[in-house]
Design a protein around this ligand. Structure first.
Ligand code: ADP
Length: 485
């Protein structure tokens, strides 16, 4: 089966979050099952510089903001990818320094409407084999708002591939103005509440929801949650009316990249049958990134870790409220890695300066430190207010680092709370709090710290998390069935 993937990021070439991870591991899981894949990505400067074997497939002219824009289509082979990559090389839109979506000050690029409309127009043409390459996909699988218009452009075509649109996070809607809509000469029939119009502007995410043949989101619980006002960002009514084509398919993780017994980013390896001393050596290495020597006190004390975007979604305000309590009432050490909202970054950094032996904060993006935290921490904190799927909690389960999570979305689908029953039957994998707020978050952490002091129970908890299979096997099968309908 020929499948065209269209996305705005893919690990390891360009990644800002879980979307990038999925755009690496899902198409590979499908490739391993015999699918013939092409992955279309924007030709960002940083991405093109990582490619060596590149050939030009052709040129496509599409409507931009102020007239026609020419995109050069490149095909590249990359050692990390088992299938060809197709790059939309359009220097005025993508040849710039920095993040795919925002400038150095964290503001959206002012021309994002044009960038992702042009990208989607080109992808829709490639899906119809406009370059006469003799490669006609049966399915076009697009991801998040940046690609929402692809299904909309294709919906206009009498003969076309099936379109699947995956929502990785409903909070990012790709909202733009009416004047963008007019300048980009988008089809006037889309300008209606039944189309892409949204509160006086238009939403690329909404276009994907309306026009795709099938919509998926990345966990079964999130698929239900987004149909409610609390999680729906104003699209819950629309999603409810489209439930017949909405599917929740849990993300998998790449179990080769995230494997504590082979991970090249770890100083020591370990597995379920022998967690210590490997995990302990990682804990020591992690502590010694932040202190000259990890003494006995620090090694004995529980170490809590967090990796993630420092935004409201991730419950960082609960973390900020919980930290002084944990520092005052427990002997826990805490390591936090992330970047995001400046106010959170500053508050965390200030608190860390006040507690240099207990609280370690690294502001930034650091893939190898992320792996070391997953392996070296004892408990992993992920109190997201909402979480479409979440990958970090699955990484932490696999690394024997039980997570503390809020009962929402993919967190609810992947972590089993440790209570009397689940501890007794060895199904417990972490600590889940069911009502939102710092009190319940702290209560779950305290339950974790209590169990940490009971080594044999703790080891069983670690082992049951490590034995859970989060590979792509089952989910890739669900996607293949959906493509075949
Ligand atoms: P989201 O996609 O909402 O950011 P996920 O848990 O699904 O959250 O995926 C986050 C991914 O990004 C994980 O692979 C995580 O390790 C990585 N990540 C997030 N922040 C950082 C950071 N500051 N440094 C390194 N990796 C990070």
């Amino acid at each position: 089966m020929k499948i065209l993937f269209v996305a705005s990021e893919a690990y390891p070439l360009v990644k800002t979050g879980g979307l990038g991870d999925v755009l690496y591991s899902l198409p590979h899981a499908l490739h391993d099952r015999g699918a013939d894949i092409r992955l279309v990505l924007p030709g960002y400067r940083a991405l093109l510089r990582q490619l060596e074997q590149v050939r030009i497939l052709g040129w496509l002219d599409v409507r931009g903001d102020a007239g026609m824009v020419t995109a050069r289509i490149l095909e590249a082979r990359h050692p990390d990818f088992a299938f060809p990559l197709w790059l939309v090389d359009c220097p005025p839109l993508f040849d710039r320094v920095g993040n795919p979506y925002v400038d150095a000050t964290g503001q959206d690029w002012p021309d994002n409407a044009e960038r992702f409309t042009v990208f989607s127009r080109v992808a829709a043409l490639l899906a119809q084999d406009a370059l006469d390459l003799g490669w006609q996909p049966r399915v076009v699988h697009t991801h998040d708002w940046q690609t929402g218009l692809v299904a909309a452009f294709l919906a206009e075509q009498p003969v076309r591939p099936k379109t699947v649109f995956t929502i990785h996070n409903l909070a990012y809607g790709g909202h733009f103005s009416h004047s963008d809509f007019v300048r980009l000469q988008l089809p006037s029939q889309w300008w209606s509440p039944e189309g892409a119009e949204f509160h006086g502007g238009f939403s690329m995410l909404k276009a994907g929801i309306v026009y795709a043949d099938a919509i998926t989101t990345v966990s079964p619980t999130y698929a239900q949650e987004i149909c409610t006002p609390e999680f729906g960002y104003g699209l819950d009514g629309l999603l409810l009316s489209r439930q017949y084509k909405l599917h929740g398919i849990l993300n998998g993780i790449d179990t080769q990249i995230w494997n504590p017994s082979t991970d090249p980013l770890l100083p020591a390896h370990y597995s379920m049958s022998r967690i210590q001393p490997g995990k302990r050596r990682n804990k020591q290495a992690l502590l010694e990134r932040f202190m000259p020597r990890a003494d006995d006190d620090a090694m004995q004390a529980p170490l809590l870790g967090l990796v993630g975007r420092l935004v409201e979604q991730k419950g960082i305000d609960w973390v900020l409220a919980a930290l002084p309590v944990l520092l005052a009432e427990t002997d826990a050490r805490i390591v936090l890695l992330g970047s995001g909202q400046a106010a959170y970054e500053q508050k965390l950094a200030r608190l860390a300066r006040q507690h240099p032996d207990r609280l370690f904060v690294e502001i930034g993006y650091d893939e190898s430190l992320a792996h070391l935290i997953e392996a070296g921490a004892d408990l992993f904190l992920m109190p997201s207010r909402f979480e479409p799927c979440g990958l970090n909690q699955m990484y932490s389960l696999r690394y024997g680092t039980p997570p503390v999570v809020f009962k929402t979305g993919g967190l609810a689908d992947t972590v089993v709370d440790a209570d009397e029953t689940t501890l007794a039957d060895a199904t417990a994998t972490g600590f889940v709090f069911g009502s939102s707020g710092v009190e319940t978050f702290l209560e779950a952490i305290h339950r974790g710290l209590d169990l940490y002091r009971q080594p044999s129970k703790w080891r069983r908890l670690q082992q049951s998390g490590m034995s859970r299979s989060f590979d792509w096997n089952e989910s890739a099968g669900h996607y293949l069935s959906l493509y075949s309908i």
